[in-house]
Design a protein around this ligand. Structure first.
Ligand code: BGC
Length: 739
């Protein structure tokens, strides 16, 4: 009996060994040879540009697993040789970098890429970016950032894809696929809830109920994981009182147990040691303990693992098996990148993407610009032989500023500015250039006077305004979203000339430009369009390309409306009545005589421009939305109903153009209050002038589900389900619809 038991045990053991993948066998074997010190070394990520000598010594001693901010194939190889040839086990380093929206050649900022509503294009851009970064030795990009953002004051709104979970999920997954198809690991960040910082101030506290976290903030991370993201980065913020690097609920319960992800989890820059200033831990040793217990696997530039993990193991506070789990993830990433076989990158024959980029970079920039207003002045009639065009504004000819934030490796010399693009055309128009202001915060009046003088001689004024790159991105938050410096005054002065002013806004976030929109003859919102911003804008302004960008985020009228987003909940007292604004309130009127609905005294609840909005040079007509139930199991206790939602769309104008058909849904009642509308699908379609197309979406119960919550005493439980409820659907050109 005993013998047969032993035999079957051995058989099972053999079977499980046979099943072990080559990857697992390799990792197990390597791990079994590693000392505790070597394992802890792998968990250390360093930027060697700080204290270079000291850090190189650490690499030689096998105390570094990854380097970042090291550029150039030669330099990466030099450090790699120290790891591979001088350490006992020769485990290669993995070189990481903030490759965010391009490498030397820069695409529009991610918010602009969100405005393309074109994931295929975004994926191709990521692929080309990876080719360029890889040839410089970069194997791991710290992007995409998929933090859904409701607050344009937050500077990092520039780095994500806007306010909608579906749009962000789609774009984030596209970037992951693009990078990884070329062999560069993606890092989806910042896990999680970072963008909901109080007051839109970076690194600030976030309070997000579990259901909202799962409905709004987590889906893009899940989509990126499902697209194969090889790594995830913790966020800086404390989420509901617990910073992410020390949050087992996020890092273990959700990432590992629910999503079954084996992606490497890296801290953000020192986010582990930050637990001390956060006020969570008394000292860095305690911070190391909290982080390892929350399975933060690699410590970026924080030194808490190198300084304290061995001590914590010897004190019996941390098990070596916890460390093994983390090291396994790190070795897995390196194995999957092929670093054990090919640790070095070729130093000659660098990939040259310039030819492919010239076309793709222009196309992405074209599709990222959103036409917000046009009284008919656009497209400019450049065949008109006497057209005098004034090019003015602080961003008309700024090679660096048009690249936007996070362009460590961006090659400014490659930038083609709008002025350069217009000047390079041998056309019949005549260009006058007078910048007026030299940078976006410039307040000089004399420059404005010169621009006004020039405007008087022009037929049309192109005013390139907005924000310099330094005003958005990490830690660049604002409380005032008006055009900085004297740009509003400049617009007043230009408009006063009576000449048609086309305003082209180049910015890292939505700006409160209501007054300027009224003054302008046309408004094109271009975000920071990258290297090819100039040619793209030239094409759009002259009709060589037709605007097809749509807003990925709501534009508020004023800062006081923030947070303002389209998929909000209703209140029990929606603002049905026309709101009575502050100056209309009768003096001394009784308290309740002016109504009690949900509105502000200074401004209506509507945004300046709604999510999904954007004009074209053509017009589209939407037919009625039809809804067919394709599966309907009324007997089932859970909702199993699927719908086929369709609408025909006709290009009724004179230009062949792209349209973005957007499907919105609304659940009329339910276990919990549901958003007044939610994007459930979108398709960017090309329609030649005069043609129609039937657009179809299939909506499944999973698409309509959401996170429910129940409290049982002190214990709260959450689960995903689809209510048996009535749903409304509409296919529309933007979110300005009622359902
Ligand atoms: C940012 C990350 C970035 C990291 C490395 C941090 O300050 O939050 O997004 O990847 O630095 O540069």
């Amino acid at each position: 009996m005993k013998k047969s038991l032993l035999l079957s045990f051995c058989f099972l053991l053999l079977l499980s060994c046979a099943k072990k993948s080559a990857e697992d066998q390799f990792i197990d074997n390597l791990l079994s040879q590693m000392t505790l010190e070597e394992k802890i070394g792998q968990m250390n990520q360093l930027d060697p540009s700080w204290n270079a000598e000291e850090k190189e010594a650490l690499i030689r001693e096998g105390k570094v697993g990854s380097i970042f901010n090291v550029v150039g194939a030669k330099e990466v190889n030099r450090l790699q040789r120290m790891a591979v040839e001088e350490t006992r086990l020769g485990i290669p380093l993995v070189a990481a970098r903030d490759v965010i929206h391009g490498y030397h050649h820069i695409y529009p900022i991610p918010l602009g890429q969100g405005a393309t509503w074109n994931p295929d294009l975004v994926e191709r851009a990521a692929q080309l970016t990876a080719q360029e970064a890889l040839s410089d030795g970069i194997r791991w990009a710290f992007s995409p950032m998929v933090d859904v953002a409701h607050d344009p004051r937050w500077g990092r709104v520039a780095e994500g894809y806007g306010e909608d979970p579906l749009l962000t999920s789609t774009m984030g997954a596209a970037v992951v696929k693009g990078y990884q198809a070329e062999g560069m690991a993606a890092c989806v960040k910042h896990f999680a809830g970072y963008s909901a910082s109080e007051g839109g101030r970076d690194y600030n506290t976030t309070w997000i109920p579990e259901t909202q976290l799962r409905d709004i903030y987590l889906p893009p991370f899940k989509a990126a994981i499902e697209a194969g993201a090889m790594s995830v980065m913790c966020s800086f913020n404390a989420l509901n009182g617990l910073p992410s690097s020390a949050n087992p609920h996020l890092n273990i319960d959700i990432l590992r147990n629910e999503w079954k992800s084996d992606a490497l989890l890296v801290s953000d820059w020192g986010s582990g040691s930050d637990l001390v200033p956060h006020g969570l831990c008394a000292d860095k040793k305690e911070a190391a303990l909290r982080c390892i217990n929350a399975r933060m696997e690699m410590d970026m530039q924080g030194n808490i693992y190198t300084d304290y993990l061995a001590e914590l193991v010897s004190e019996g506070k941390v098990k070596e098996s916890q460390i093994d789990e983390c090291v396994r993830s790190i070795l897995r990433l390196k194995y999957r990148l092929g670093l054990f076989d090919n640790p070095y990158v070729p130093e000659e024959n660098q990939t040259d993407i310039s030819a492919a980029f010239a076309e793709l970079g222009t196309k992405v920039a074209e599709e990222s610009a959103v036409l917000l207003k046009n009284n008919g002045v656009l497209p400019l009639n450049i065949k008109h032989s006497t057209l005098n065009i004034l090019i003015t504004g602080p961003l008309a000819h700024q090679k660096k500023e048009q690249l936007g934030t996070w362009v460590f490796d961006g090659d400014t010399s490659l930038s083609v500015t709008p002025l350069m693009a217009f000047n390079s055309q041998h056309s019949t128009f005549n260009i006058i250039f007078e910048p007026g202001l030299t940078y976006s915060r410039d307040k000089s009046k004399t420059g404005i006077q010169k621009a006004v003088k020039a405007a008087k001689k022009a037929d049309v004024v192109l005013f390139f305004c907005g924000e310099e790159a330094i005003l958005s991105g990490e830690a660049r938050c604002r409380t005032d979203l008006n055009l900085p410096g004297a740009q509003s005054e400049m617009m007043d002065a230009l408009a006063a000339t009576g000449k048609p002013v086309v305003m082209i806004v180049m910015a890292g976030r939505p700006l409160t430009i209501g007054k300027q929109v009224e003054q302008a003859a046309a408004v094109l919102y271009a975000f920071h369009g990258g290297t090819m911003a100039g040619p793209a804008l030239y094409n759009l302004l002259t009709g060589m390309a037709v605007p097809s960008g749509r807003l990925p985020i709501t534009f508020p009228k004023m800062v006081g409306q923030i947070p303002l987003y389209y998929n909000r909940h209703n209140t029990g007292r929606p603002s049905y009545d026309p709101p009575m604004l502050i100056d209309e309130i009768p003096i001394g009127c009784p308290q309740f005589s002016i109504g009690q609905s949900s509105y502000w005294l200074e401004t209506p609840t509507e945004p300046l421009f709604p999510f999904g909005f954007g004009l074209s040079y053509t017009t589209f007509e939407y037919g009625e939305t039809t809804i067919d139930t394709i599966v309907n199991d009324q007997q089932s206790s859970i909702n199993r109903t699927s719908y086929l939602v369709q609408s025909s769309i006709k290009n009724t104008g004179n230009y062949d153009a792209y349209e973005v058909a957007q499907l919105y849904a609304h659940q009329l009642s339910g276990d919990l209050v549901r958003p007044i509308k939610e994007l459930k699908g979108f398709q960017k379609i090309f329609l030649p002038a005069g043609e129609s197309r039937l657009v179809s979406f299939t909506v499944t119960p999973e698409d309509l589900g959401y996170w429910h919550e129940k409290h049982d005493g002190l214990v709260s439980q959450v689960w995903f389900a689809t209510d048996k409820a009535e749903f409304k659907f509409k296919i529309a050109p933007n979110s300005d619809i009622s359902l």
